[in-house]
Design a protein around this ligand. Structure first.
Ligand code: ZN
Length: 310
């Protein structure tokens, strides 16, 4: 069994437009944009990162806004709901705030004893704010959400699967423990994790998801450093998983593999972090390009990347 995983590192999804995506995460949800770069594999598309002040692993929601991407169709084999942790008692604030921003499909519910507010992102993305009382993470509060309500980081990710078995085994191998079951949902957590340490598996007999705008592209798990990442990679490969070589993503190192349920998993290092190429005070302001794409800067800025108005 692997014991190097800390919990989630980031969640990466697809959007149909950069500006509305930026506005939703910074203005509506009050997160900080901590990096404005491009998709390293498709540099004509932005890669936008939102999180806490420093982009601490476990707080980082990222997007590929493909202009005019058609909307995805929810289904099985994907992460259907991404959860953010908020303080106890803050859901009435959020309900009122999200209503003023015309957020769609809000619904309050209680799951595993926790009050939560479901809502849709701009492309129909499935989100939930979950009230927790023991989350010590400091929130970003410079975008108008008070500290006693602001998002602390991820709470959980919920995988929607036709068959939970293989993925449950994988999570246990990755150091997760089964905590509880409610209806068709099984909850796992990684002990002594980074607070973003819950994964739910919802087992449902439904057609496969069709990925598009509003879909989660992959979820990434945090490891401290490259040494631990190599240990995880070897252990996964010894167990029969096809894992990519280590890929340099400038702000972390990444490996990817596909789970039995069809969800794309990444394991990402906490080092070097998002302040490697700009001061923490100015994170996310300038367009940062990886060195292999720096020669494209002028063309990207003139032809492909619509300026984002903050
Ligand atoms: Zn990733």
């Amino acid at each position: 069994m692997i014991n190097q995983i800390n919990g989630l590192h980031h969640v990466t999804s697809i959007a149909s437009e950069a500006q509305s995506n930026n506005d939703f995460f910074t203005k509506t949800l009050g997160l900080r944009r901590i990096k404005k770069t491009v998709n390293f594999d498709a540099p004509e598309v932005y890669h936008l990162y939102y999180g806490d002040e420093a982009g601490t692993p476990g707080t980082v929601m990222t997007y590929f806004p493909f202009p005019n991407a058609r909307r995805g169709r929810p289904g099985t084999g994907e992460v259907g709901i991404t959860g953010f942790a908020v303080p106890n008692g803050s859901l009435p604030y959020w309900q009122e705030r999200l209503a003023t921003f015309d957020v769609k499909n809000m619904q309050t519910e209680t799951t595993f004893g926790e009050s939560r507010l479901r809502f849709d992102g701009p492309d129909g993305d499935g989100f939930v704010l979950v009230e927790t009382d023991d989350d010590a993470r400091d929130p970003w509060t410079n975008n108008g959400v008070p500290a006693d309500a602001a998002i602390r980081g991820f709470h959980s990710a919920d995988m929607r699967l036709r068959d939970a078995g293989g993925s449950a085994e994988l999570l246990k191998y990755m150091g997760y423990e089964e905590m509880d079951r409610q209806d068709n949902v099984t909850r796992f957590h990684v002990p002594n994790g980074n607070e973003a340490n819950v994964i739910d598996i919802t087992q449902v007999n439904a057609p496969s998801a069709d990925q598009g705008a509003g879909s989660v592209h992959h979820i990434a798990f945090s490891v401290d450093n490259r040494e631990k990442q190599l240990e995880v990679r070897k252990a996964l490969m010894d167990t029969g998983y096809q894992v990519t070589p280590v890929i340099d993503r400038d702000y972390f190192y990444a490996i990817y593999f596909r789970t039995p349920g069809g969800v794309l998993f990444e394991v990402a290092t906490n080092e070097p972090g998002f302040d490697r190429d700009e001061d923490t005070a100015h994170l996310g302001e300038a367009l940062k390009l990886p060195s292999q794409h720096e020669h494209l800067r002028q063309a990207l800025e003139e032809k492909y990347l619509e300026p984002i108005v903050d």
